[in-house]
Design a protein around this ligand. Sequence first.
Ligand SMILES: [Zn+2]
Ligand SMILES: [Zn+2]
Length: 219
Amino acid sequence: MKPAFLVVNLVATPTRASVSRCSQEPVAARRTKPTTIFRHSGPPLPTGAQTHDAYMQEAIDEAHCAYAALEVPIGAVLVCEHGQIIARGHNQVESQCDVSAHAELVCLRRAPAERARICPACRENQSGTARPASWRLTGCTLYCTLEPCSMCLSAALLARLSGIVYGAPDVRLGAAGSWIDLLRVKHPFHDSITVQGGVRRTQCAALMRSFFRMRRTMR
Ligand SMILES: [Zn+2]
Ligand SMILES: [Zn+2]
């Protein structure tokens, strides 16, 4: 599948509190300019640009939780095909002393147990019987503030996610094209994931810069 570049207008959503629920770190001004989007072409994502913006704000709120805990501020939310946020997570590598405690994986771990509890439409099959919890998260879209690393993108493939929307690119670890491109070659059994980057890019990147600036002053 060939990556392509396109430009969309991300329309600012109604004003929210300028401080997240988890941190006193001020949120950068919301951008209204067109944003360049890096996209791996697959089936269309289930939501539009404005909805991407709203879900990304939820991921940014999670990133603030990480920031408040002196973790690298990366957040994620997982949205089911019915538009419900079925899992939230933020980076906990330091507090858990766990290299795999990335925001994206925290979401993927929580989602199977939470999906049926949170989303009534996910709870039942079409026949009306309870659907058993499953690690397969087909139909779900992961929103994360930073381009996923190879570990998280691989886990997203294993979980059969339908889409990933990320904010800022990560030139050091990003596996959707910034460092390496895991999706450049067609996957043997899951070739229909759509990855789109650049949603609230400026705000996500500013949060990272702010964190590392703060950490340097603490040394
Ligand atoms: Zn659902
Ligand atoms: Zn990761």
